[in-house]
Design a protein around this ligand. Sequence first.
Ligand SMILES: NC(=O)c1ccc[n+]([C@@H]2O[C@H](COP(=O)([O-])OP(=O)(O)OC[C@H]3O[C@@H](n4cnc5c(N)ncnc54)[C@H](OP(=O)(O)O)[C@@H]3O)[C@@H](O)[C@H]2O)c1
Length: 332
Amino acid sequence: MKAIVNHSYGTPEVLELSEVDPPAIGDEQMLVRVHAAAVNPLDWHMLTGTPYLMRLTEGLRRPKRVARGVDMAGVVERVGADVTAFRTGDRVFGGARGAFAELVAVAAKDVVAVPEKLSFEEAAALPVAAVTALQGLRDQGGLRAGQSVLINGAAGGVGTYAVQIAKAMGADVTGVCSTGNVELVRSLGADRVIDYTVDDFTADGRRFDIFLDNIGNRSLADCRRVLAPTGVYVIVGAPKKGKLLGPLKRVLAAKVRFVLSRRRAAWFIASETPDELRALVAMTEDGKLRSVIDRRYPLTDTAEAIAYQAQGHARGKVIISVVDPVVDIVEP
Ligand SMILES: NC(=O)c1ccc[n+]([C@@H]2O[C@H](COP(=O)([O-])OP(=O)(O)OC[C@H]3O[C@@H](n4cnc5c(N)ncnc54)[C@H](OP(=O)(O)O)[C@@H]3O)[C@@H](O)[C@H]2O)c1
């Protein structure tokens, strides 16, 4: 089968489309034929081996696990001896290491069924980005109906889901994005959209119960200033420049800055559970959540897809369309 691998850390040029053996499956696992996979900033981190801190687990000099991709949707090809929840032919989606491939091995307990009305691409887009949005708002922010939420980076993978999830949970939502994405963010349900090329979201005096920050481009003093007296600053993303510690430097600085305040700074690493995937599916079935797909690339062009996403201006999700690719025409 074909899979996207990198044997050394580097830029997208080190990615190879390789012919490899299909993964072996254990008794509680399944072999899934991948139809679509989603690109995430995590793929860039795994490819480049940055921040360096992650090399402690991923391999000091070269990646221990060479297959890239973490989100997929596809069709069960074979089930392990102890799998009872699924059978061959079922449509499933979830997190899966090595998702940029024709086949992937997953634990049956980690994936859920793709509902009839959802395409493989829409389902593959969900796991990392939508679960991050859900956990950031619900678990870290403690969001309750009627609260006000500010989402910086509202037009990206996490942001497009966060706007919709916050609305579905009854929040008053303000999104921040550039001019070309204002209408998109509004169409997702934002009550207010701030175009950062025109207005400064820290300067209009508005205060929020939760500030979900996917970008981390403002000073911590600015971030604190937009919070209500007991507000929570939820750090999701940070600029790529911290090569050693990544977002940790900002997280530690935020904890120190907020220590004597009733306001709180929170950081987390999202990890999806089947219950959360099912909750997201339910929201799509209720018409409260949709995946915004920016571009689709065939498996052969995964390096370009990762490079595009790493530029930081994807509009929703970037998808690798593996089976019968419907590929968008991309201007060079
Ligand atoms: N903590 C976790 O577990 C976790 C999980 C997932 C992701 N993350 C992190 O969260 C961050 C966001 O992830 P993502 O998947 O949403 O990334 P993404 O899809 O690449 O985000 C792209 C979006 O960022 C927006 N953006 C760029 N510069 C901006 C600015 N100055 N102000 C406001 N928006 C700006 C762009 O909108 P415009 O084009 O309109 O500028 C674009 O829509 C990344 O740093 C990622 O590593 C963390």
